[in-house]
Design a protein around this ligand. Structure first.
Ligand code: BEZ
Length: 307
């Protein structure tokens, strides 16, 4: 059995008709029928019910279809990844979660472009979980996200643990009362968290911070993204826990306070395909560490520097 047989079979199963399937595959109908017959003979099973119009899969056919579709998807993943690995023209697609735009991401991208003018760089905003899928599908080459997870096909490097801070509406009594906030003082406020979907997300890191300390916010308001959360804070709808780089976004209708607990952090994690040893990935990682050193930003030491 060859991949060709799987492609032919899937087309016939999906079109439920040999003429339409042959058209989709750009081949004539008689060779297509012969190939399917050959496939049934090789497997010594019946994949389609005899004489049913439109064509109908047997139970065995349904089983074979499920697995054939998965195998073909894997094949196209392998094709696109291999093409990327062997690509002579250098290109790099970067996935990122929105909040990293308030941190070093813009600087990293500008510096990378300056230092590597022949590399075509493209940026794609997506959740951490979508980054993992997109890496496997060859859609992106590197992702910057915040969710900790394990996947044998993905290498992940925790770059730094970014402090969380509280965003209050301007003039909020809690912000006026103390220069440093404590989570337990916030439970009577409406807590605005983001992103609402997909989960797990940064929202779960914030909710876990309360839960781990046995605290339960009175009201939780889930919104799509960070800008909406900050806009609602400014409107006096509630408070939000955000990564400290958001502080750089000096809104005059929001006031930020540090939290009293240094363990309240959200990681910035770089993800790449486990087998990707390309020069561009190495340069991107080295550039991040160089910027951390230049700007004296506390970070997790590079594995290359570990004793
Ligand atoms: C940072 O802010 O540390 C950062 C943001 C995006 C990519 C890498 C690092």
């Amino acid at each position: 059995m060859e991949l060709r047989h799987l492609r032919y079979f899937v087309a016939v199963a999906e079109e439920r008709n040999f003429t339409r399937a042959a058209k989709r595959l750009h081949i004539a109908q008689p060779p297509l029928s012969r190939q399917i017959q050959q496939l049934e003979e090789t497997l010594d099973v019946q994949l389609f019910e005899r004489n049913a119009r439109p064509l109908k899969l047997t139970e065995t056919g349904k089983f074979f279809y499920e697995h054939a579709v998965q195998l073909l998807a894997k094949t196209s993943e392998l094709e696109s990844m291999t093409r990327r690995v062997g690509n002579i023209e250098r290109s790099m697609s970067v996935g990122f979660v929105a909040s990293t735009l308030y941190g070093l991401l813009p600087k990293i991208i500008r510096r990378f472009r300056d230092e590597n003018p022949t590399v075509e760089l493209s940026l794609h905003e997506m959740s951490t979980m979508d980054q993992i899928r997109a890496l496997k599908d060859g859609i992106i080459d590197v992702g910057f996200g915040r969710i900790r997870m394990e996947d044998a096909n993905i290498r992940r490097v925790v770059l730094r643990e970014e402090k969380m801070i509280v965003a209050f509406p301007l003039g909020h009594p809690l912000a006026l009362a103390k220069p440093i906030a404590a989570l337990r003082d916030l439970i009577d406020e409406t807590l605005i968290v983001y992103p609402k979907t997909p989960r797990p997300s940064y929202a779960d890191q914030v909710l876990a911070a309360f839960q781990d300390r046995g605290l339960k916010p009175r009201k939780i308001y889930e919104v799509r993204e960070i800008q909406i959360a900050l806009g609602l804070v400014a409107a006096g709808e509630g408070i939000s826990i955000v990564p400290s780089s958001v502080y750089g976004l000096k809104r005059d209708d929001v006031s930020y306070r540090e939290l009293d607990d240094p363990t309240l952090v959200s990681p910035i994690i770089m993800s790449m395909r486990a087998m990707d040893e390309s020069r561009d990935i190495k340069e991107m990682l080295a550039l991040v560490y160089r910027l951390y050193e230049d700007e004296q930003i506390p970070h997790v030491p590079s594995a290359d520097k570990a004793p």
